[in-house]
Design a binder for this molecule. Structure first.
Ligand code: PLP
Length: 413
């Protein structure tokens, strides 16, 4: 009998193999059939310090022995208190409040709801959200609504709300995006949400800090809330703890997940400026922030995140990231025949061949199989191949990744 498991983003009708992974350590996955697979995409961009980091594993084990889960509405626990204090200490000081949820998507839902709640509690009917073309913020209904419309979400179109979409600030066309943002901000929208410096699932598209800084300045000028979705870019991916740092930008709302627990357990936060918290503060229960989920601030996940903060505090993580960026750059510049090679921090991306079909083209799955046959976990977006490894990856594994990409390119796999 075939497995009853229904996998995410998987067309089971194509009967593509689904390897059984038994163990993960460092930058590698170990399969039941004895293969060591290099995790070149940090298992969907979550694993920062490497799989099974001993400090994170120890924190999880220790917390699990103490307390598994408690309700978080009206009750609290030390791991969540410590984590909130730890986050407010290392994130921009203007972000004074920490709201917990479980995934990148829910951190975005929370940010959107906080933005609308902020305006509602101030007596202003502002509902419109502005977004950039090619953005991706998750797969729940609100998160999909603010993401690129396309094959991913077409069947659910009637559930999605309308947004104002700005063109992506492609090289040479940045001013058009800024002008469109300025014009849209004059209509008094509620908020603008953006992935800072790097749009991930939309194709690993990079834009400069100057544009991000301008975007934030326009929003501030027009009193439009600026939401930074750093679910992917946070925790050092782009070379700094937050991508926003490179533009000197402090958002009104900040979404973090993935690397928050070093990629070990599901957890997310939405951090907010005091003014947004204040707008919900009242003697009137009708003005509270109406959001929760059963596992809000799960203690074991919070303990894992506290261990992640300890690693950032005690280990030379930024130096490791800078070194990885250089090692990636050397290999990317030596690659022949790829189109549009690009890099930001620890992430490189490039196109193989000139496919227009993007996500539904056969190229993505073909490349995925090509890399899987070489014991590499790479998951191209159409013909866009990207490398986003854990920070602990060694040179031999990086070499294997880049020689496989060179081979794929040479034969136009
Ligand atoms: N936002 C961004 C920028 C992402 O890249 C992702 C996931 O890839 C999400 C939100 C959604 O996160 P999750 O898959 O944890 O719901």
């Amino acid at each position: 009998m075939t497995s009853p498991v229904w996998h995410p983003f998987t067309q089971h009708g194509l009967n593509e193999p689904i390897p059984l992974v038994e163990r993960a350590e460092g930058a590698a996955l170990y399969t039941a059939d004895g293969r060591r697979v290099v995790d070149a995409i940090s298992s969907w961009w979550v694993t920062t310090h490497g799989h099974a980091h001993p400090r994170i594993m120890a924190a999880i084990t220790d917390q699990a022995a103490r307390m598994d889960q408690i309700i978080f509405a009206g009750w609290t626990h030390q791991p969540a208190e410590d984590l909130a204090r730890g986050l407010t200490a290392i994130m921009p000081p203007e972000l004074t409040r920490v709201f917990y949820s479980d995934s990148g998507s829910t951190s975005v839902e929370v940010a959107l709801k906080m933005a609308l709640g902020y305006w509602a509690n101030r007596g202003e009917a502002r509902h419109r959200i502005l977004v950039t073309q090619h953005s991706y913020h998750g797969d729940t209904i609100g998160a999909m609504s603010v993401g690129e419309r396309g094959v991913f979400n077409q069947p659910y179109g009637p559930l999605l709300f309308d947004v104002g979409t700005l063109p992506f600030p492609a090289a040479g066309a940045e001013q058009a995006t800024l002008d469109a943002l300025e014009a849209a901000c004059r209509e008094a929208p509620a908020a603008f949400i953006v992935e800072p410096l790097l749009l991930g699932a939309g194709g690993m598209l990079i834009y400069p800090p100057r544009v991000l800084a301008e975007m934030a300045a326009i929003c501030a000028r027009h009193d439009v809330l600026f939401i930074a979705d750093e679910v992917m870019t946070g925790w050092g991916r782009t070379g700094t703890l937050l991508a926003c740092e490179q533009a000197g930008v402090v958002p009104d709302l900040l979404c973090l997940s993935k690397g928050l627990t070093g990629g070990s357990l599901p957890l997310a936060v939405t951090m907010a400026r005091e003014a947004i918290y204040d707008a919900h503060l009242s003697q009137d229960r009708a003005r509270m922030f109406f959001h929760s989920s059963s596992y809000t601030a799960n203690p074991i996940a919070c303990a894992a995140a506290n261990a992640n903060l300890a690693i950032w505090r005690d280990e030379p993580v930024l130096e490791r990231i800078a070194a990885l960026a250089e090692r990636q750059a050397a290999r990317l510049s030596a690659l022949k025949g790829v189109r549009n090679p690009r890099q930001i921090g620890t992430v490189t991306a490039m196109e193989i061949a000139d496919d227009q079909g993007r996500y539904l083209s056969d190229r993505g799955p073909r490349l995925l199989a090509f890399f899987r046959d070489r014991d590499l976990l790479l998951r191209p977006l159409g013909n866009t191949v990207y490398v986003m490894p854990p920070y602990c990856i060694d040179d031999a594994d990086l070499d294997r990744i880049y020689s496989a990409i060179a081979e794929a390119c040479a034969i136009q796999a």
